[in-house]
Design a protein around this ligand. Structure first.
Ligand code: NAP
Length: 467
């Protein structure tokens, strides 16, 4: 029989936890109507019961003992908002064992242990909802899982870390240097006091694990992604990029490169033979993916890149996030909005809660498919394709451009643009952009350039996407 009231245990009453409480109070009538039952928070786990909270909650709801929630048979749903991996994993596992549906906003946990936890949930006839784990308030999980389910997704490309996007926007639009932009992001609460995970691309890579898994029906581990952060990006590069018609963004990119039609198919693994697939593969361009029934290989990366100012993602500014998706039926679609924050993230968490309540009252199916995902083959870093931007210092003398063109030409790298920006005391600053090239060829060309006597210093190397 359908429950008239569904009781919920909340683990965590920080930024998102308080946002969830506020949203449940703010829109209670509509939320209950959509859920088909009255939603009631029965207990809330915190570390410190005395701390001042951002939501008005009755003090008797607070507990520091997780078992009061996890073992309470009256609680049907737990919402995990404590963060971190180990403890959250233990609590979610225990909640599933005690027959509770689970909602979480924890990307680190879902990226590292999501498939196993979802398998356990399915075994128990339950579900784990995790819309808020990527992109805060932007619906991304459901569109990839359901709304775009009829497509073969060719490419996903996203700005999925608000901190780095805030810093790069400040550098680009306001001419701020990196350190000042970071300090401002910290002061406004967009960056943690220890921002390493954001700046080094780790946060975006965990989110890409989740998104690429859903887009390409594959298990994706952090180790499968080539990750580079935004450290070392200089104001001069941001300035020159704009002058050339590009913005610099930290991009998370996933592509499925179709296996070539001629590749040998191994019926035991269902995979195309690596050598043939590799020799004919071409990442960096969805256009190269022809129709194929063979499983493709995944090219997954997080790195800063020059992106044409005309690309829809270039207009995603400050702390906002967006995901650009290319499907073989839908074409191009983009999801945009607030990637974090109390109420935007609560918007996703409470939408999950509505689904969970309807599920408890048997009105919707579980729809867990992630537990069946199998790993696909991955494209090695050296075989990825990109165009490149370089900034270097060279002797201001005749023949330097020619020697650069020769060094690149010897490795099959052709130049798209080459500009001399300024000359001080006999040293010229040169900016150049290559055409698209395989990384291993580019790296060989770079080695040659560094040995060229006229080249004094190599300042920056950045990829160029979507040229
Ligand atoms: N903040 C965002 O905008 C955002 C966006 C998307 C996803 N997320 C994810 O949402 C989750 C929560 O983030 P948040 O920003 O809300 O974190 P937060 O502000 O640090 O809040 C964490 C809450 O969990 C409680 N807690 C932590 N460890 C605990 C423990 N061992 N036992 C009992 N209580 C514990 C804390 O209790 P006390 O208050 O007593 O210290 C606090 O209430 C994380 O997984 C995060 O990645 C956050």
């Amino acid at each position: 029989m359908a429950k008239k009231t569904v009781q919920v245990g909340l683990l965590g009453l920080g930024t998102v936890g308080a946002g969830v409480c506020r949203l449940l109070q703010m829109n209670s009538e509509q939320i209950n109507r959509r859920a088909g039952a009255r939603i009631e928070i029965k207990k809330i786990l915190v570390r410190d019961k005395k701390r001042k909270r951002e939501a008005a909650v009755a003090p008797q709801l607070l507990t520091t003992d997780p078992q009061e929630i996890l073992r309470d048979p009256a609680i049907d749903v737990i919402i995990e908002l404590i963060g971190g991996v180990q403890e959250a994993h233990t609590h979610i596992t225990e909640a599933l064992r005690h027959k509770k549906f689970v909602i979480t906003a924890n990307k680190d946990l879902m990226a590292t242990a999501g498939a196993d936890l979802l398998a356990l949930a399915r075994e128990k006839g339950l579900n784990i909802y995790y819309e808020a784990s990527v992109g805060g308030g932007i619906p991304l999980i459901r569109p990839l899982k359901y709304s775009l389910g009829a497509n073969r997704i060719e490419r996903i490309m996203g700005i999925i870390n608000g901190t780095t996007n805030y810093i790069l926007t400040k550098m680009s639009l306001e001419g701020m240097d990196f350190d000042t932009a970071l300090a401002e992001a910290q002061a406004k609460g967009f960056a943690e006091q220890d921002p390493a995970n954001d700046l080094e691309g780790t946060d975006a890579a965990y989110k890409l694990c989740i998104l690429a898994g859903l887009a390409f029906n594959s298990r994706v581990r952090f180790e499968d992604i080539h990750v580079q952060g935004i450290g070392g990006i200089n104001q001069r590069d941001v300035f020159y990029a704009r002058e050339l018609g590009f913005g610099i963004k930290l991009l998370a990119i996933g592509e499925e490169i179709a296996a070539p039609a001629a590749a040998a198919f191994d019926p035991a693994t269902g995979a195309a033979s690596a050598s043939e697939a590799e020799s004919d593969s071409r990442s960096g361009s969805a256009a190269s993916s022809g129709p194929s029934t063979l499983p493709g290989r995944l090219a997954l990366r997080v790195h800063p890149a020059l992106l044409p100012l005309t690309h829809p993602l270039a207009s995603v500014l400050y702390e906002n996030n967006a995901l650009f998706v290319v499907g073989n039926a839908v074409g191009e679609v983009m999801f945009y909005g607030a990637g974090a924050g109390a109420l935007p993230t609560a918007s996703s968490v409470v939408a999950d809660l509505i689904d969970a309540v309807r599920n408890i009252n048997h009105e919707v199916e579980n729809g867990i498919m992630e537990a069946d995902f199998q790993p696909k083959k991955f494209v090695p870093k050296e075989a990825l394709f990109s165009a490149f931007y370089l900034r270097l210092q060279a002797k201001d003398e005749p023949g330097v451009f020619a020697s650069l063109a020769t060094a690149f030409g010897q490795e099959g790298v052709s130049l798209d643009m080459i500009l001399q920006k300024r000359s001080i005391a006999g040293i010229a600053e040169i900016v150049l952009v290559t055409h698209e090239v395989e990384e291993k060829n580019f790296n060989r060309a770079l080695g040659r350039i560094q040995k060229t006597p006229a080249i004094k210093e190599l300042n920056s190397v950045l990829r160029v996407i979507g040229k």
